[in-house]
Every structure is written in C-alpha cells, then in structure tokens.
Design a protein. Structure first.
Length: 303
C-alpha cells in the first residue's frame, strides 16, 4: 500500500518541549524508527511534515540579526523544509536498509493571492508563550497571537493549497521506489503576480491540507496523519469524552473540532476521502503500524 504519512509538529517536538537541537534529533530518530517499521511491512511511504515551531524560530533569529536581514515567510518555509528534511533523511538512512533510496524535495505549492486567510491569521508558529508574554510581543512586534492549547503563540496567514507544482517529479521518484520527503511544512506558498510571474507568498500553508492534496495528486492508497494523541475524540477534555474509531466525512461534519490542533486533521482526512474514495487515518506516531492496519487510531472511510 502506498501511504502518504504526515508527521505533525507535535510528533517532532512535544508541546512545551525546548526547541533544542538535541530534542529535535531524538524525536526525529523515534519517528524514523516507526516509519522504517511501516516500510518493513511492505508499505511504500511518501513523507511530509509540519514546521510550525521551526519556521517561527527561524523568523525570530532573522529578526535578531542586522537591520534588513529579516526574511519573508516563504523563504523561511523553504529553509525549514530543508532543515527538517535533512534530519528526517539522516535518521531514515540509519533506520532503513542500506540499499534504500531517500530524497528530500523542496516543494512549491500554489495558493490563491486573494485567499481570505490573508486577512485572518490562524496558523500557529514558533515557540509557546504565556498569555502576558504573547500579548507583549504582539504589541512590540506587530504580531497576531492566539491561544494554542494552554499556551499562546504567534499566528500567521494560512491560505488553502491549490496545486502542487512538483507533482510530476514526486510521482516519478515514488514510482521508482524512492522514499520521498516533500511538501514539508505545508510546502512553499507561491502565487502568480499581475504579470503572470511566480512570487513567494508571506504565509505558512497548513501541513495537513497540503498532505491531503499531495496524497490525492500522487494517487496514494491512504493518508496517515501522525500526532501525539491516540485518535479523534468527541467532547475532548470533558467528562463526556468519546473516542472515534471508525467514522466517515458525513459523520464528522456533524461535530466541531479544535481549530489549531485536531480540526485541520479532520478536514484534511475528509477532503482526501471525498476526493478519492480511499481511506484516511489519524493517531499516535508510536502506533503507526497498527493504524495502517486499521487496528488503532481513527479510521475515516467513505460514507
């Protein structure tokens, strides 16, 4: 089975965990072990990943540099895609058989220049803060900030992905048996200007939305979204909390899910299932093999 696997930012960096090199290396190593186990079961994996903490850190580092050194978010998206892709490729090379071929691809993704998301920043990036610190940073730096679980973070525009501009290259590599890492951090957002030229866009595309588009465009059999929670829950965090094991887009449409965490994953799962008639799944990184087999996580199938 060909599985597009999306590693959530919380699978690569736990909530509240220091954005240190050592922590990221260890989390990536653990992820690589799970992904290698999937391939050992005969699955072909194409991998994508989040970049929220990393792209926010790069933005902070750029702002702290000399005057005029700050970079646009599309450039930082590309930088973080290369950074995390390198870490994943390195650890996958250690976990997969020696003959395995791995390639990390910078991936441009078209967005609409007039997407309403540009007027409503919603994508959390960078470190977490307490509310007072976040509001002070917003005042000092002109940021938009919003709650993210029990913490607060900077939020930036997150337009919908329209089209992958690297689909042909990704498809040819996957058909040749290469383990491809692509569309990392949601990909690099680009749009055509008034003259018809491609330009980078100041935004961070939601990784799950890009993963669903990627999986549909390259004909994957399954979209597997791995995070730090076991499954999708109804009434999460309340006494009435109920786990969803088997569900469908129609059933999920009757419920609301947290905008900054499970909501994007549920929307991506439904989009992939509706577009392809195939299966999507959501669950913990450590249970990747069981989720792919339909024995854990939340499995989303056609209505």
């Amino acid at each position: 089975m060909h599985i597009v696997t999306a590693l959530g930012g919380n699978a690569l960096l736990r909530r509240g965990e220091a954005l240190s090199e050592a922590a990221q290396h260890e989390n990536v190593r653990q992820a690589a072990v799970q992904l290698a186990a999937l391939t050992a079961r005969g699955h072909h994996v194409t991998l994508t990943h989040g970049n929220g903490p990393q792209v926010g850190l790069l933005a902070l580092q750029a702002e702290a540099g000399p005057k005029g050194a700050a970079q646009a978010l599309d450039s930082l998206d590309a930088e973080s895609e290369g950074w995390i892709g390198y870490l994943l490729e390195q650890e996958l090379a250690n976990a997969l058989p020696p003959e395995a071929e791995i390639a990390t691809l910078l991936t441009r993704i078209e967005v609409a220049a007039n997407d309403p998301a540009f007027a409503k920043p919603s994508k959390p990036i960078g470190p977490v803060y307490d509310e007072a610190t976040a509001r002070q940073l917003a005042a000092d730096r002109g940021w938009a900030v919003a709650p993210d679980g029990q913490y607060w973070r900077r939020v930036v525009p997150s337009p919908a992905p329209v089209r992958l501009l690297n689909t042909g290259s990704i498809t040819r590599l996957t058909q040749a048996g290469v383990f491809v890492i692509c569309a990392g951090g949601g990909g690099i957002p680009v749009a055509r200007d008034a003259a018809g030229q491609w330009r980078g866009v100041e935004a961070v595309i939601d990784k799950d939305a890009s993963a669903a588009l990627l999986a549909a465009e390259i004909g994957a059999d399954m979209l597997l979204m791995l995070t730090d929670v076991p499954a999708v829950y109804l009434n999460y965090g309340t006494p009435a909390q109920t786990i969803l094991r088997q569900t469908s887009p129609g059933a999920l449409a009757a419920h609301d899910f947290a905008a900054g965490s499970m909501g994007p994953k549920v929307r991506a799962a439904c989009a992939f299932v509706r577009a392809t008639g195939r299966t999507a799944a959501i669950g913990r990184l450590e249970e990747a093999q069981a989720i792919a087999a339909g024995e854990a996580g939340t499995i989303v199938r056609p209505d």
